[in-house]
Design a protein around this ligand. Structure first.
Ligand code: ATP
Length: 294
């Protein structure tokens, strides 16, 4: 859907590149998490993708069209990079105005549900000029989502939301990716939230795309009190389902593994009184980030 090839960006006043030779693609239904330290180049990348700034080199192609050579290519995009709205119009007027200038008034029917999603329904008749930072963020988020876009670009979308708002947002984005195959690229320092939302990740460091990766979310982790040769040999016939961890006394099984097989494995382990804890992987993104940036 979106293909970025060899994109570099040097801001006029800088002597260094904020992005260097970045290539990536985002497919239909993908939810891509963009991670990296402060100043790594995440926002710059998102600004290039959404045509807010021009790259010094490279191409951005959306559905086979060069976004910088053709007009209206980004019509189906929902974008939140920094808070953008008219401070002297009320929240409702902002949404209506946005829909009017984008000729998308048929989406007026979404106004109530989107404002409830971002918890601004109660304040819909207030002007956002003197809103708190978080409330301003949420106005931008409402503008980004109101037209049910097919491609969503969000820079730090969780910052202004309370924990319930974060969960509601994650839920709706998941739902859109599954039911409407909406693609998304989302940058955030809130790695736990990204981990529960995204299916792919990009790690950017000093303007370079250092890694593209997935996390394995479909496994259960069984921590054992010890791993000895006898236990390994008694589990030999299940070897094709078991992945032994390289750290700690852990083994991993696919969550979707047939219950009969799971039970046989558990039986062997519990006979030896070996099971210490069963859990599901979490904080993998946090661990990755800590490891890469130490
Ligand atoms: N308008 C600009 N003019 C000059 N330099 C800029 C501009 N915007 C960003 N930069 C520089 O480009 C580099 C990348 O910045 P960018 O905002 O893309 O990082 P980021 O990964 O989004 O950081 P953060 O996590 O802090 O938001 C930084 O060195 C920054 O100072």
């Amino acid at each position: 859907m979106l293909n970025i090839t060899n994109v570099s960006k040097k801001y006029a006043k800088n002597s260094f590149y904020s992005l260097q030779d970045v290539s990536l693609s985002v497919n239909e239904g993908d939810i891509v998490g963009l991670i990296g330290k402060n100043g790594a180049g995440k926002s710059t990348l998102l600004k290039v993708i959404t045509k807010a700034i021009r790259p010094s080199n490279g191409k951005v192609i959306y559905q086979n069209q060069d976004i910088f050579e053709q007009n209206n290519v980004l019509d189906e995009f929902g974008i939140m990079i920094k808070p953008v709205f008219y401070p002297y119009l009320t929240v409702l007027e902002n949404l209506n105005f946005y829909l009017t200038i984008h000729q998308k008034l048929s989406y007026q029917q979404n106004i109530e549900s989107i404002l409830k999603l971002v918890d601004l329904w109660q304040v819909r008749n207030r002007k956002p000029g003197d809103f708190s930072f978080g409330m301003k963020q949420r106005v931008s988020l409402a503008l980004a989502l109101i037209t049910e876009p097919s491609f969503i670009v969000l820079d730090e979308p969780f910052v202004g939301l309370d924990p319930i708002g974060v969960q509601k947002l994650i839920q709706i984005l998941h739902q859109w990716s599954e039911t409407r195959k909406v693609s998304m690229i989302i940058s955030s320092h809130q790695l736990g939230e990204l981990e529960s939302l995204c299916n792919r990740y990009l790690f950017i460091e000093a303007g370079k795309l250092r890694n593209k990766f997935n996390l394995n979310k479909d496994q259960m982790v069984i921590e054992l009190t010890e791993i000895n040769p006898e236990i390994k040999s008694s589990l030999q016939k299940f070897a094709s389902y078991i992945q032994w961890s390289t750290v700690g006394n852990k083994l991993m099984l696919p969550k979707a593994l047939d219950n009969k097989i799971k039970n046989q494995i558990f039986l062997i382990l519990s006979k030896g009184n070996l099971i210490k804890q069963i859990s599901y992987p979490k904080d993998q993104l946090e661990d990755y980030f800590q490891e890469e940036t130490k």
